[in-house]
Design a protein around this ligand. Sequence first.
Ligand code: PHE
Length: 455
Amino acid sequence: MKRGSFNSRLGFILAASGSAVGLGNIWKFPFEVSNGGGAAFLLMYLFFCFILCFPVIVSEIAIGRNTKKNAIGAFNEMGKRKWNFIGKMGVLCGVLILSFYTIVAGWVLGYVFEMVTGNFSIADNFGNYVNNTTSVLLYAVLFMFLTALIVSRGIEKGIEKAAKILMPSLIFIILSLIVYALTLPNSIDGIIFYLVPDFSQINLTVAGNALGQAFFSLSLGMGMLITYGSYIDDKNNIISSATLITLTDVGIAFLSGLIIFPFVFSSGIETEGGPGLIFQVFPQIFENLGGTTGIIVGSTFFILLSFAAITSTVSLLEVPVSYLVDEYKIERKFSVWIVALVILLIGIPSAYSQGKSELFTNFITYFGADKPIDFMQFIIDVSNDTLLPFGGFLITIYVAYVWKKNNLSDEISKGNPYYKGSFMEKYINFSVTFICPLILGSIFLLTFLNKFFGI
Ligand code: PHE
């Protein structure tokens, strides 16, 4: 069986940025910012992305390209079978993320239809909306169906082609919405809140969240970039690709803040922020815009979210699929539909966890916490905030101490003849050896103890 590959360097960059840019940037980032002291959170997030995550991005791509294998097979191919647990953890983590992500994407898709028909009052009934599990699950199935359709067509004809259409459209929609948002009255107050840092808000929880957010947003630490990296050729310059992917992801997260905060501040609606921000507050904002304008801006916004989400779900599905195709020689189409079905089943408890089922709504109480959290939040805590940074930590340990730095340098310099001896090489090597293991390891440990054990 022939393994697929990206047809162009741009295709790879768009697909990888498409994976990175998702609900994490537009839905999650703004409320993390507002909970974490506005620009103070933003600065910390930028620091994590460029200083701590960048070397991990480069390492993942290098491992993938070197072995031309999936997230688990890559370690076997290098003769380090013992270490393939990093890949196994990544595949598991991807499955967990996709299981709840599809449900949230289902909410988003449903909202497109609500906005198109001008049903803004949906915002007041968000609780009912998410607990109408039949319709939520139908939309989730539809979303997964579209995702699976793209992945089943393979790398070049499916994933790359979709990214080439969806990413430019997404950037166009974002820019149009920013221009519009900045013309609204009082939008400047939103910008001030967003861009003037309040450093007193920074504490360990906020730092842990910013790190989790950086990993989640860059789709890092679970083998997505090992998988996508396995589909590129030796001419590809890993450093510049990694730079472009990081800049696109961070740029779009930043730009979506320039839409969200002006919208919220100009509407004058009091909000606590939180996960409901976009679903509960935004339709009211669109309604205030009045009739057709509201319908157009509202539908455009949720179409934007759907586009962002689908390039991410595609990559989340590709990780386990590529594992089955490579390692068990199962046909791509068949693997896609089986994995999609299994993940939908795993997602059902998340759909029921927003009030519908008592068991899943008050799923677990951590040590030292006074309130239980729901199943979806539990999956988010385990996958995004714990497994991803931990995966990133292990990958740097693996690269520096098992695979060895000179092999990493050899791989990177294939598409980048000036790499050896450059400042970048010194920086990457120093980071994977010391900075990343140390800082990622300690923030991971502290967040883990703090989150689950209240220490
Ligand atoms: N980066 C995606 C987002 O920001 C989520 C994601 C995480 C996708 C991990 C793939 C892998 O929404």
